[in-house]
Design a protein around this ligand. Structure first.
Ligand code: ZN
Length: 243
């Protein structure tokens, strides 16, 4: 039976259990298949794959590798993970990543999230709005229609936010506290007089600066919850470890 050897580099190793990392994957196949199909069968979704090389030459994902070939497979660079003409990535998160969605919105990134979205709708929205799908479901990322997607490795939401900032190299693009963590709408300053009726007596007394979500109308101010979140944001953007 024809076989193929594949060497996955750098973070693509993370698709394999630790005991299988660091050595080539040997694959046998019955009939000719494209590199994309074979690499996905090995466990790595096409949206995670950057360059593929055979010897000294680039090897296209849609081509059929010759029997006995040894492919070198590299991850996408941070900048290849979202459409080249967009200045900042836009995300669409699957229904299990609600806290990550809030955190990315807090950091100012345009992040679509509905907790009951099904896979087909999520993919359709991502394609239509040119968003990068973030998910913990590797099979979702193997859908043909997707061009941009990323498998979130971490399971803790704080660590997930740090991972997304690092893998997309977008810390410098963050605009903290400009977007509503509840609905993704943009925040704008609002005069205190306009929101007075919505405020608790103590808030009315101690705070003078307010922001309102342009989409859902939620009012925000820099109260005690703000200080807690500001510490988190600072740690994400400066790589300070969480203690
Ligand atoms: Zn809102």
């Amino acid at each position: 039976m024809p076989h193929l050897c594949v060497r996955f580099h750098a973070e693509l190793q993370e698709f394999f259990p630790p005991q299988r990392r660091g050595r080539p994957v040997e694959m046998a196949f019955r009939c000719p298949q494209t590199a994309k199909h074979l690499l996905e069968a090995a466990g790595v979704p096409h949206v995670e794959i950057g360059a593929v090389r055979l010897g000294d030459a680039a090897f296209p994902l849609h081509a059929v590798p010759p029997a006995g070939a040894c492919l070198e497979v590299f991850p996408r660079t941070p900048r290849e993970r979202w459409p080249a003409d967009l200045p900042s990535p836009r995300f669409a998160l699957d229904g299990h990543l609600g806290r990550l969605a809030s955190y990315l919105r807090l950091l100012g990134f345009n992040t679509a999230y509905r907790n009951e979205v099904d896979d087909a709708d999520l993919v359709a929205q991502a394609v239509a709005e040119r968003r990068v799908v973030l998910t913990r479901d590797q099979d979702l990322l193997k859908r043909k229609a997707l061009t941009y997607g990323y498998w979130v490795r971490a399971t803790d939401p704080h660590a997930q936010a740090a991972e997304v900032l690092e893998r997309f190299a977008i810390a410098s693009l963050a605009r903290p506290f400009t977007r509503c963590p509840r609905c993704n709408g943009l925040l704008a300053p609002v005069p205190k007089a306009e929101v007075l009726a919505q405020l608790e007596p103590l808030t009315r007394r101690y705070y003078d600066e307010f922001y309102r979500c342009q989409t859902c109308g939620q009012v925000y101010w820099r109260g005690s919850h703000y200080e807690r979140i500001a510490v988190l944001v600072r740690r994400w953007l400066t790589d300070e470890p969480l203690t």
